[in-house]
Design a binder for this molecule. Structure first.
Ligand code: FES
Ligand code: MG
Length: 590
């Protein structure tokens, strides 16, 4: 029995337009050279894209090269025609000057692919940090049925009987190296042991966070995010995802029906509960912008800050991805939140059911890993949003703040909560690395390390550099951390409570541009303020001085990116692009 799609498939315009049979022949013929038949392509089945993010250059997502076979099987079993195509590689750890440049590039190229080819619906293969937001941003612009298939984290890493997690082990081992506790060989051994299999980072870094966010938004099948890449359930999830996307094509279940403000607020709450990456802030803002959803920085304070940390996973907690999956993964976390009324369970999801329906019975099996809201790992664990004379917006990830620091600076309002520190200012990370151990800087425990020139325009792209380590001499004295502040980002695997994602950045005239070494900075976390104690006349005078240097653009995309990209507080999107939404409704001309 023939199924009738809720709205005609757009691929019909390529393969079955009676007015242009001359063009139809041209469109059809080259697909024959790998064995498709005209009959198949003209019979009215939906064409399902598989946006392949895996490659040798994208090792975190390389599992999808294999997994796509199961996704295809699911698509074919459900009566669709799979068409796999590559996206540009994104590899967080290796891409210079930063993979952040690639999110918007992947977004824009994916939009063009989905819009300009006969694709009726798409499976977004995700994993490494930016692959998830880039895909969701793109399908929001195009607005065809879409589903997120995570590749899953690596297996847990072990070294000398201890869990070693992606990224987190690097930050911790760097401190040990500086303190003289380990040598370089041991450093390398710890790093490689943290990566025992295919998959993305096994900590609650940006990859695990963004895949959890996709699930929280209702864009993945229930339980998809946390399944480790090598587990058999991952292949089964790929098959079920393939099946489901075909039904979604017939139902015309598009992202615009799923990505509502309520769905984004749910995602913000989930980020707090899992101790998610500080990169979730710009990525969620970016996805909301492209979805046409009004979200601003105050939503992170109002809806996210008070949510407790209930997931015991590095860097905020102890464990890694395998245990998180076995404990029930994202559905079990959302089940806890829903029980306490902290989620809008009426949100529609890609299953075609409400979030509440999806979560039925998904209670955790492991209370050491996923706590209750009554007995969490930490109360009020969301991001703090700060402002002041140096910037309009910055965030601080509070789930990695130590108990003693929290008791001292984040308890009751009042002057005793404030702290002041002397600024030591670096112009980008080269400057930091060259000078951090220079005794002439006189860095001691009363200093705050500041980095500028590391935002979207300054770097360009915005770099993960704000979690700066103190000078070796301080680490050797046992001072392992100093407060840090900057207009860049930091790795989601970092355990540093930096003040970061500062907007506007110094390169566009933000306050960090006029900050000078030796200025005192006053921070009041309870009031949400961060100010340099410099009077207005002096600020005005400094603004007449030359701005800090930024490096030239070295590639065409760097130049275009700098011209068109906004600040991190608004998601760092290509500003002109957000006005394009739902473009699949307008079929491109022949
Ligand atoms: Fe790719 Fe972490 S570096 S997932
Ligand atoms: Mg990262």
């Amino acid at each position: 029995m023939d199924r009738v799609p809720a709205r005609p498939f757009r691929s019909r315009d390529w393969f079955a337009d009676p007015a242009r049979s001359d063009m139809t022949a041209l469109y059809l013929e080259r697909f024959m050279n790998y064995g498709l038949t005209p009959a198949e392509l003209r019979c009215g089945k939906p064409i399902i894209g598989i946006a392949q993010t895996g490659s040798d250059l994208s090792p975190c997502n390389r599992i999808h090269v294999e997994l796509a076979k199961r996704t295809r099987d699911g698509i074919i079993a459900a009566g669709g025609i799979p068409m796999e195509f590559p996206t540009i590689p994104i590899f967080e750890n290796c891409r210079r000057p930063t993979a952040a440049l690639d999110r918007n590039l992947a977004y824009m190229t994916l939009v063009e692919t989905l819009y300009g080819y006969p694709i009726d619906a798409v499976v977004l293969t995700t994993g490494c940090d930016k692959t998830t937001p880039a895909g969701i941003m793109a399908v929001s612009t195009v607005d065809i049925p879409a589903i997120v298939l995570s590749g899953g984290p690596m297996l847990d890493g072990w070294h000398d009987g201890e869990l070693v997690g992606s990224g987190t082990v690097i930050w911790r081992s760097r401190r040990k190296l500086a303190a003289g506790e380990i040598d370089e060989e041991e450093f390398l051994a710890r790093a490689t042991d943290s990566a025992p299999s295919a998959g993305h980072c096994n900590t609650m870094g940006t990859a695990s966070t963004m895949n959890a966010v996709a699930e929280a938004l209702g864009m993945s099948l229930t339980g998809c995010a946390a399944i480790p890449a090598p587990y058999r359930e991952r292949g089964q999830m790929a098959f079920e995802t393939g099946r489901r996307i075909v039904d979604m094509a017939y139902e015309d279940l598009r992202p615009s029906k799923i990505l509502t403000r309520e769905a984004f607020l749910n995602a913000i709450r989930v980020v707090s509960a899992i101790g998610g990456s500080s990169n979730a802030q710009p990525h969620i803002m970016a996805m909301a912008q492209h979805a046409g959803v009004a979200l601003d920085m105050s939503d992170w304070s109002t809806h996210g800050y008070d949510v407790p940390l209930i997931v015991n996973m590095q860097p905020a907690g102890k464990y890694l991805g395998e245990r998180f999956h076995r404990a029930g993964g994202v559905p079990a976390v959302m089940h806890e939140l829903a029980e306490s009324g902290l989620l809008d369970t009426s949100c529609l999801t890609i299953t075609g059911q409400s979030l509440g329906d999806n979560l039925t019975g998904r209670v955790t099996r492991d209370r050491e890993m996923i706590r209750t809201l009554d007995a969490p790992l930490m109360e009020h664990a969301g991001f703090l949003v700060l402002k002041g004379n140096l910037f309009d917006h910055a965030i601080m990830k509070t789930s990695v703040i130590s108990d003693s620091f929290r008791a001292r600076y984040l308890s009751t309002p009042g002057a005793e909560n404030r702290f002041e520190a002397r600024a030591v200012v670096f112009d980008g990370s080269d400057d930091y690395h060259h000078r951090i151990n220079d005794p002439a800087l006189g860095i001691d425990e009363r200093c705050i390390l500041v980095i500028r020139g590391s935002g979207p325009i300054g770097w360009p792209g915005s770099a993960e550099v704000v979690n700066m380590q103190p000078p070796d001499a301080l680490i050797q004295q046992g001072i392992l951390t100093l407060p840090t502040l900057g207009d860049g980002r930091q790795s989601g695997t970092s355990d540093s409570p930096s003040i970061l994602n500062v907007s506007p950045e110094s390169a566009v005239g933000g306050g960090l541009a006029w900050l000078r070494d030796g200025d005192m900075i006053r921070i009041d976390l309870v009031a949400g303020t961060c100010d340099a104690l410099v009077d207005a006349d002096e600020i005005a005078r400094r603004k007449t001085e030359p701005a800090p240097p930024i490096p030239p653009s070295n590639s065409p995309w760097e130049e275009l990116y700098r011209e068109k990209t906004g600040q991190l507080a608004q998601g760092g999107v290509l500003d002109f692009a957000v006005k394009y939404r739902g473009i699949a409704a307008k079929t491109p001309r022949h």
